[in-house]
Design a protein around this ligand. Structure first.
Ligand SMILES: Nc1ncnc2c1ncn2[C@@H]1O[C@H](COP(=O)(O)OP(=O)(O)OP(=O)(O)O)[C@@H](O)[C@H]1O
Ligand SMILES: [Mg+2]
Length: 306
C-alpha cells in the first residue's frame, strides 16, 4: 500500500506503509438524551471519550489500551497502517464490537458496550469502509433509510398507509431532499444507486448518514477509491457539514495530504496502540509516526513530507 499526499494539485508519494498489516415517548426520550449529550458537550465534555479500550480476536490484539477524547465540532482523523485497528475502533464506538476492556462515553452516557439499537438516539451516525447502500433503490430512498429509526408508525401502519405513517413518510422525504441538495445530488436522486459511479455513491452514503443530523459522524474511509477531484469535493462537503450542522466528525483516511488539510487533530494507531495524537503539525514531525509509516527507525533526520 502506498500513502499518498496531495498538495497544490499534485499527488506526492510520501511514504510506503508497511505491508501488514419509535413511539412518541421513545422519540422524545431519544431526543432528550441526544440533547442532554449535546448540552454536556457544550459545557466542555468531549462528544466522544474512550478510556482504555482493548480488543483481541483470538491471538490478535486489534486495540490495546486506547484513550481518546474528541471535542464538539472537531474533525478528528484516525490514521495508521493497514491492520492498525482503525476500523475496529470505530466498530467499538458504534457498538458493533464489544471491547474486552475500557469504557466508551458518548456525550454524558458511559458504555461498556455501546448499544447499536440506541446509536441514533444518542446522536451517532456512521458509514462503513465498504459501501453499504441498497443498489436496487433510488438515491432518494437510500437517503430516507437514514431516518428509519425515527419512524413511529409500525410496519402494519406503514402498509395500511395511515395518516401518521403518511405524515412521517413526507417528513422523512423532505429531510432526505434537503440532505441531497446539501450534497449536490439532486441530478441523480431518482436514479438507482446500483448504476452510479463510486464517487457519487460515497456522497450518497454521506447524505444518508447526515440526514438525521447526528451530533457525531463516524466515517470509515469516506474518501477511499475516488479520484483526487472527488476527494477534494468530498472533503469540502465534510467541512461544510461540520460548519452548517455543528457535526463532530471522526474519520479514517489513508490519504495523508487530505487528512492534514481537513483535520483539526489526528490520532495515529499502530499495532492497536495509539502512538501519536495532536495537530497535523505535531503529528507530521512525530518520529514514532514516521517510523510506523516507513517501517524504519531514524535518528531525527527524517520528516514526513506533506
Ligand atoms: N471481526 C474480526 N475478526 C477477526 N479479526 C479481526 C476482526 N476485525 C479486525 N480484525 C483484526 O484486527 C486487526 C485490526 O483490524 P482493523 O480492520 O481494525 O484494521 P484497520 O486499521 O482498519 O486496517 P485497514 O487500513 O486495512 O482497513 C487486524 O489484524 C484484523 O485482522
Ligand atoms: Mg479499516
Amino acid at each position: 500500500m502506498s500513502l499518498v499526499a496531495t498538495a497544490g494539485g499534485d499527488a506526492l508519494i510520501v511514504a510506503r506503509a508497511r505491508e501488514r498489516a419509535t413511539e412518541a415517548s421513545r422519540v422524545a426520550r431519544e431526543t432528550s438524551r441526544a440533547t442532554d449529550a449535546v448540552r454536556v458537550a457544550d459545557a466542555g465534555v468531549p462528544v466522544l471519550t474512550l478510556q482504555g479500550i482493548s480488543l483481541s480476536f483470538g491471538g490478535v490484539t486489534a486495540l490495546d489500551g486506547i484513550d481518546l477524547a474528541v471535542a464538539k465540532g472537531e474533525i478528528r482523523a484516525i490514521i495508521g497502517p493497514n491492520g492498525a485497528g482503525k476500523s475496529s475502533l470505530l466498530n467499538v464506538v458504534s457498538g458493533l464490537y464489544r471491547p474486552d476492556r475500557g469504557v466508551v462515553q458518548l456525550g454524558s452516557e458511559r458504555f461498556r458496550h455501546v448499544p447499536t439499537a440506541r446509536l441514533a438516539a444518542v446522536g451517532v451516525a456512521r458509514t462503513f469502509q465498504n459501501l453499504a447502500l441498497f443498489k436496487g433503490l433510488p438515491v432518494l430512498d437510500n437517503v430516507v433509510m437514514g431516518l428509519v429509526h425515527r419512524r413511529r408508525a409500525g410496519f402494519v401502519r406503514q402498509i395500511l398507509s395511515t395518516p401518521q405513517a403518511r405524515r412521517e413518510e413526507a417528513e422523512a422525504r423532505a429531510a432526505a431532499e434537503e440532505a441531497i441538495t446539501f450534497l449536490h445530488l439532486d441530478a441523480v436522486k431518482h436514479q438507482l444507486a446500483g448504476g452510479l459511479p463510486y464517487g457519487i455513491l460515497k456522497r450518497v452514503e454521506l447524505a444518508r448518514a447526515l440526514v438525521a443530523r447526528p451530533q457525531l459522524l463516524l466515517l470509515d474511509e469516506p474518501l477511499a477509491g475516488v479520484t483526487l477531484a472527488e476527494k477534494r469535493e468530498l472533503a469540502a462537503h465534510l467541512r461544510n457539514a461540520r460548519d452548517a450542522y455543528g457535526t463532530t466528525i471522526v474519520l479514517i483516511e489513508h490519504d495523508i495530504g487530505v487528512v492534514m488539510g481537513l483535520s483539526d487533530r489526528i490520532a495515529v494507531l499502530d499495532y492497536g496502540r495509539k502512538i501519536a495524537d495532536g495537530t497535523p503539525d505535531e503529528v507530521r514531525s512525530c518520529q514514532a509516526v514516521i517510523d510506523a509509516y516507513l517501517g524504519v527507525a531514524h535518528e531525527g533526520e527524517t520528516e514526513l513530507v506533506i
